[in-house]
Design a protein around this ligand. Structure first.
Ligand code: ADP
Ligand code: MG
Length: 169
C-alpha cells in the first residue's frame, strides 16, 4: 500500500455501543470526515501503528478499518485501540494516529471468544512489529508534537521525503 505510513487525526466520537470496552478492548472512533479522507489504496482490515491523545504520550495501537453495519454497510468506520490503560475516557479529544503496517483483512468469527483471541493476537503482532527501527522512528515524528493545532488533518506518505524513503519508493 503506497499510502503507508498514513498520518491522520480527528476528534474522538461516540461509537455504536457494541460493548468493546466490556470486552476489555475499547476502540476510539473517528468521525466520518476522517474516514472519508482515507486514500483509496488503504483497504479495509486491521493495521498497527502509533497513536496519541491531545499532546500526550505516543503509544502503540491497532486500528480496524471496516464497513459499519449500523449504516447497512454503506459507511466505513475507523476504530483505534490504544495499547495503554487510561484512567479516563477521552471522548471529544483529538486522536492522532499513524498507520504503519497491515496485519490482516476483516473477517467474521464463529464466536466472541474467537474474535477476542484474534484481536489479542493482532495486539501482540503490533507490539513486536513496532519495535523494528524503521517503525520506532515514526513514534518520534513531528506529527505527534504538532498537535497544539488540533484541527483535523490527514496526509499520506507522499507528503514527506523521509517517510517515502522508509517506504522504499
Ligand atoms: P464506543 O462505542 O463509544 O466507541 P467503546 O466501548 O469502544 O465505546 O469505548 C471507546 C472509548 O473508550 C474511547 O472513545 C475512549 O474514550 C475510551 N478509551 C479508554 N481507553 C481506551 C484505549 N486504550 N483505547 C481506545 N479507547 C479507549
Ligand atoms: Mg468504539
Amino acid at each position: 500500500m503506497k499510502s503507508l505510513p498514513y498520518f491522520c487525526r480527528g476528534e474522538v466520537v461516540r461509537g455504536f455501543g457494541r460493548g468493546s470496552k466490556e470486552l476489555g478492548i475499547p476502540t476510539a472512533n473517528f468521525p466520518d470526515s476522517v474516514v472519508d479522507n482515507l486514500p483509496a489504496d488503504i483497504s479495509t482490515g486491521i493495521y498497527y501503528g502509533w497513536a496519541c491523545i491531545g499532546n500526550g504520550d505516543v503509544y502503540k495501537m491497532v486500528i480496524s478499518i471496516g464497513w459499519n453495519p449500523y449504516y447497512k454497510n454503506t459507511k466505513k468506520s475507523m476504530e483505534t485501540h490504544v495499547i495503554h490503560k487510561f484512567k479516563e475516557d477521552f471522548y471529544g479529544q483529538t486522536l492522532s494516529v499513524v498507520l504503519v503496517g497491515y496485519i490482516r483483512s476483516e473477517k467474521s468469527f464463529p464466536s466472541l471468544e474467537d474474535l477476542i483471541a484474534a484481536i489479542n493476537s493482532d495486539i501482540e503482532e503490533a507490539k513486536v512489529k513496532l519495535e523494528l527501527p524503521e517503525h520506532i522512528k515514526l513514534k518520534e515524528d513531528n506529527f505527534f508534537t504538532s498537535t497544539t493545532n488540533s484541527s483535523p488533518v490527514s496526509s499520506s506518505s507522499a507528503a514527506s521525503t523521509s517517510q517515502s524513503i522508509i517506504n522504499g519508493h
